[in-house]
Design a protein around this ligand. Sequence first.
Ligand SMILES: *Cc1c(COP(=O)(O)O)cnc(C)c1O
Length: 232
Amino acid sequence: MSIADNLKKYKSEVESDGVKLIAVSKTQTVDAILEAYNAGQRIFGENHVQEMVDKQAELPADIEWHLIGHLQSNKVKYIAPFVKLIHGVDSIKLLQEINKQALKNNRVIDCLLQVYIADEDTKFGLGFDEVIELLRSEEYAELKNIRIVGLMGIATNTKNEKQITVEFHELKVFFDGVKVSFFRKEDSFKEISTGMSADYKIAIEEGSTMVRIGSAIFGKRIIKHFKTDSAN
Ligand SMILES: *Cc1c(COP(=O)(O)O)cnc(C)c1O
């Protein structure tokens, strides 16, 4: 199937469950993204800052760009003018830098706190206790140009569906607790970003509100980095 066909299929499938589709376009060409755009997609996810900046400059202005990968503080300034949502925030230091750059751009930037749910050492994220600590801190209370709109998680890369289900379920239970404790009056705190090509169905069953799907739409990633070899 073509990119356009895949896009329409996944978009209608997840949207019928009331879930947002983030089309993960990392390493994909501008032409491939345009094909998805012309098939109706407006939300795209990238995990490298330079790649997202380059693509944003070339593609239609009504695209919502989501930064889904690990973000280094010194790169925040490049995306601060336009980024719609930053999924992988995992420290108060990063949040402070996002706040500073958002202020410079006279805007409020929406963020998700990345929570560590996988049984793997390599994934970034905060532990449950660290999320609570951050939300209770005075440093956080001072930040007026960021808005935390939910949580993000990446499940263990495994074929064990039971384990993936448990991990997403624990995140949902934790989300509900955080909502009651810290965001009861804020309707904007409502997003759970979980699920990728391999596990989005489980994620949706376990309360995901936005799934990040790449290879199932665009096919295998061929080029490793678009235009640049530098990491984030
Ligand atoms: C690459 C990536 C995805 C998409 O992965 P696919 O398996 O290609 O769907 C989702 N989330 C994050 C954080 C990613 O880096």
